[in-house]
Ligand binder design. Structure first.
Ligand SMILES: *[C@@H]1O[C@H](CO)[C@@H](O)[C@H](O)[C@H]1NC(C)=O
Length: 265
């Protein structure tokens, strides 16, 4: 029982410490992942950072725990970035107008860790070489054990919090679900993906939350949580399971944007 409690308390939601980069990864070729979004989340005087990814010119997908905070929260999305500390011509900085957290999201168990962020139509992203949408896995496209995928982010480069400003990427494999079931008592096969490098040399970490797990050019997962002390395995939100819910929200957004509709902004 003591062991179980220790494990439970040792969860680390990926965004807590803010900037830095992926552990064991490489610097991404600038703008090779034009769907990547950098999220600045402001609560009072505190700023935290997360990853996300563009799925429509007006919609970014990320992890719910990134925006689930006490008090008034303001979210800004930066698209087209490579070095987030530099004033790059390619960057588009867009305030998020509204977001929809999954109704069954639970912060305690990190279940249904998914959020859709929508910007006003007037401020939607300009699609160009540096800013593009990525397709998401369909309901029937469940990624299986052994699949080779990649994760990218501006999160921490080491457990101790060394920083970098540029986008990092790392290759990771989808793992057998049993590995995650053993480590995380709340792991759910249908809605989560168990991912990692069994040698624990490579991993997303704090600040990488909300970034996409990309397999075969499609977003299949959303970085959700890892253990504080072990870099293996990591849990991602399984997009295919949530695809019907995502479609429904996108239809609702489209209605909001139709002039004269009762849902208009
Ligand atoms: C990122 O940009 C900042 C500000 O221009 C610069 O000081 C820093 O060295 C850059 N980082 C890298 C890794 O190029």
């Amino acid at each position: 029982m003591l062991l179980l409690l220790l494990l439970t308390n040792a969860f680390v939601l990926l965004p807590w410490a803010g900037a830095g980069r992926i552990i064991g990864g490489c610097v991404a070729k600038p703008h090779s992942r034009p769907y990547m979004a950098y999220l600045e989340i402001q609560t009072g005087s505190q700023t935290s950072r997360c990853g996300g990814f563009l799925i429509r010119p007006d919609t970014v997908l990320s992890a719910a725990h990134c925006v689930d905070k006490e008090g008034a929260v303001r979210v800004t999305v930066i698209l087209g970035a490579h070095n987030i500390s530099a004033q790059e011509q390619s960057q588009q900085k867009i305030p998020v107008g509204q977001w929809v957290i999954h109704p069954e999201y639970s912060s305690a168990g990190t279940k249904n860790d998914i959020v859709l962020l929508k910007v006003c139509l007037k401020q939607r992203a300009m699609i160009n070489n540096n800013v593009q949408c990525i397709s998401i896995a369909k309901e029937n496209e469940r990624v299986e054990e052994g699949a080779e995928c990649s994760v990218s982010g501006w999160g921490q480069i080491s457990v101790t919090g060394q920083r970098s400003d540029v986008l990092m990427e790392v290759e990771l494999k989808v793992q057998n679900e049993q590995i995650c079931e053993q480590v995380f008592h709340n792991y759910q096969c249908q809605s989560m993906i168990c991912v990692g490098d069994a040698y624990s040399k490579k991993s997303p970490y704090k600040g990488d939350s909300g970034g996409p797990l990309v397999c075969n050019k499609k977003a299949h997962g959303i970085a959700s949580y890892v253990h504080t002390y072990n870099l293996f395995p990591e849990v991602f939100t399984r997009i295919s399971y949530f695809e019907p819910w995502i479609r429904k929200q996108l239809r609702r957004f489209a209605l909001q944007d139709t002039p004269g509709s009762p849902f208009s902004e």
